[in-house]
Design a protein. Sequence first.
Length: 116
Amino acid sequence: MAGILEGAGLPPLLATVMRPWVAAVEAGTLGMRELVTSAASSTAASLKRRVVILPALDMAIAAAVAASDAFAHALDKRSATATKPRAAALAALEVVIEHLRTVEASEDTRALGLGW
């Protein structure tokens, strides 16, 4: 199964930044709550440093973090099924990815020579 980042058309830097979060949601299994929540929060913070955050992107990131947290909490319950929360988290990540296709690099990112 190809991941949602494959063929997403993101600049290489943004694909690299998003990879841990997407991988955690795509591969998360029972007992991986902390990994998923950590990947979501650290990637969201990194995105906010690397790109110009417009309101729509900010809301998409917040929704994806919330969906990832809900998925992560489902991973801590033995009897719970994580299929629906995982699908919701992946759908929210796809919205973030859609916004990232047209985003501009932040001033700090450009100053480091990491713009696209």
